[in-house]
Design a protein around this ligand. Structure first.
Ligand code: FES
Ligand code: FES
Length: 237
């Protein structure tokens, strides 16, 4: 029997409480991005975006003031650069520091705090996985400026996509998340697996998820959830 689970329930049950899809328009960071009119189903409200100088720690909500501060106080430091990123179908103009990873940028500049969790921050665990041009990528090992012009898809975007609703429901139904820390990365690879194989075998799922480490040991649940979701998404139920 199909279990109906609201996305909010899923976020709670799956340990995704911090993964609520962000309405970019509702983030209050329109001054640093070209905020699109379209929004995801749920919103996270952030009132002010605070820039912090990585050299001395000075904080300001005014980007121009930060640039002025950089030029005057740290003339040899890199000034934030403008980058255009396509995140979950929205073209965003973000100010990034040239050394920011994609993971840092998605969290700090775009405001997507649920996706791309930092666990190891060195390419070893998979918790920061996002899709870049449809392929799983470790966002802690990529620079944001490298990703300009590429399609970036996060767990928030996948969860907001009606086509992948059965994946959300299957993850909740089968308790595929415990603490939830690894789950955005696993969930993102799950979409890739379904898109790649249609109806994947357990072996294909295990192989594709081999780079995603779960401290809570939820491995077998991902196989069950992904197979069930794949069957529903293909209309086979
Ligand atoms: S945080 Fe990126 S691979 Fe571990
Ligand atoms: S659910 Fe806790 S690390 Fe995977």
């Amino acid at each position: 029997m199909t279990q109906s689970v609201s996305r909010r329930d899923f976020l709670k049950v799956g340990g995704f409480a911090g993964v609520a899809a962000a309405s970019v328009a509702g983030l209050g960071i329109g001054s640093i991005i070209g905020a699109p009119e379209t929004a995801y189903a749920e919103t996270v409200t952030v009132t002010d975006f605070v820039y912090t100088c990585p050299v001395c720690g000075k904080s300001t909500t005014d980007y121009d003031a930060l640039v002025k501060h950089f030029k005057e106080s740290h003339p040899k430091a890199a000034v934030p650069a403008l980058a255009t990123l396509v995140v979950n179908g929205n073209e965003l103009k973000v100010q990034v520091e040239p050394h920011w990873t994609l993971r840092e940028t998605l969290q700090r500049a775009v405001g997507l705090t649920g996706c791309a969790k930092e666990m190891c921050d060195r390419g070893g665990c998979g918790s920061c996985t996002v899709l870049v041009d449809g392929v799983p990528a470790l966002s802690c090992t990529m620079l944001a400026v490298e990703c300009q012009g590429k399609q970036i898809e996060t767990s928030e975007g996948i969860a907001a996509d009606e086509t992948y609703r059965p994946l959300v429901e299957a993850y909740a139904k089968h308790d595929a998340a415990q603490c939830g820390y690894c789950t955005p990365g696993q969930f993102t690879v799950a979409k890739y697996i379904i898109a790649k194989y249609g109806e994947p075998t357990p072996e294909q799922i295990r192989v594709e998820l081999a780079g995603n480490i779960c401290r809570c040991g939820t491995y077998s649940r991902h196989v069950t959830a992904i197979q069930e979701a794949a069957e529903a998404i293909k209309g086979g139920r």
